[in-house]
Write a protein of this length. Structure first.
Length: 312
């Protein structure tokens, strides 16, 4: 990374190949240091941060050679953060696989990947306690459980970001499968959805995602595994990794994910206290071809068993 100015004034950085593909907001968070996330977004929104002389959005992906203007920002020393020991232990117990390049974790539902917006900590903070320098290379919604990958080191993060962007690596591509319970029934054994989706802010000020021609392309494939009275238990494969993609595509089919408080107004089955969406299968082609799996959490299997009994 090439800095043209001293850190106390405006800096202009040249993005190198190790950081190509990283989102602007994440890039700034690392470069600026310990400041509130809201400040990072305000700097971008007000045009104080620029890429190649022009304004940019927080989610813009950087390319090698981009020139990023960063204004001077006063940072306060961070106070040591006390993370709950039981949560650190829980994350340790959730490690599915570790090797020199990466860490795979079976994330519990209810735990956000990043802190902020009223959250004191996120999964990334907990992982940093057991693997300093670990970086999440993709996201899962807070209420989604299942497999998530952390890169160990910047160079490995760059390679894994290529994989999650959809680039073919070592002759193969990433494959992600989720398991979900849908409200209502699919129209066939398999339903493919290829609809662009767009993140908006609704009238209440809440961020939502909607199907829109102005959005980014998103593709999901729903495969029926089991029909249970008024629900379908499905496997979902995604070719893209957009925010809330499965949840919005399921809603577009008229069969939203069960217990999805944002996109499904129906009451969930008795005993279900979380959204029924789990990232259960992941194939990674880098650094070698590997497959990881995480079984459905017990609360989800218990709901399925009760529904099976009720359907007989």
């Amino acid at each position: 990374m090439d800095s043209l100015n001293n850190p106390g004034s405006v800096r202009e950085l040249t993005v190198d190949s190790d950081h190509s593909g990283q989102r602007l907001d994440n890039f700034l968070t690392r470069e600026i240091g310990p400041v509130p996330r809201a400040l990072v977004y305000r700097l971008i929104r007000t045009g104080q941060v620029r890429i190649n002389g022009g304004r940019a959005k927080p989610m813009r992906k950087l390319s090698a050679g981009d020139r990023v203007r960063i204004p001077p920002v006063r940072t306060e020393p961070q106070r040591p953060r006390q993370l709950p020991a039981e949560m650190i232990e829980r994350v340790c117990a959730s490690v599915v696989h570790r090797q020199a390049e990466l860490l795979v974790i079976d994330k519990p539902a209810g735990l956000a990947v990043q802190g902020g917006s009223g959250l004191k900590f996120g999964l990334n903070d907990l992982v940093a306690e057991i693997e300093p320098g670990a970086v999440p290379v993709h996201r899962l919604d807070r209420d989604t459980s299942g497999l998530i990958v952390f890169a160990l080191g910047r160079r490995n993060a760059s390679e894994l970001q290529r994989v999650f962007r959809g680039d073919e690596v070592n002759g193969g591509r990433i494959e992600k499968r989720y398991f979900a319970l849908l409200e209502g029934h699919l129209t066939g054994q398999r339903v493919d959805v290829d609809l662009p989706i767009l993140k908006i802010r609704d009238s209440s000020g809440q961020h939502r995602v909607v199907v829109s021609d102005q959005g980014s392309r998103a593709r999901s494939s729903f495969k029926l595994l089991e029909r249970l009275a008024r629900y379908d238990f499905v496997e979902v494969r995604i070719d893209t990794g957009r925010t809330h993609q499965i949840r919005v595509h399921a809603q577009s089919l008229g069969s939203p994910v069960v217990a999805d408080s944002r996109y499904n107004p129906e009451r969930p089955p008795t005993g279900l206290g979380r959204m029924f969406l789990h990232a259960g299968y992941l194939r990674l082609p880098w650094p070698e071809d590997q497959v990881f799996s995480a079984p459905l959490p017990e609360p989800l299997t218990a709901v399925l068993d009760r529904l099976r009994c009720a359907s007989q």
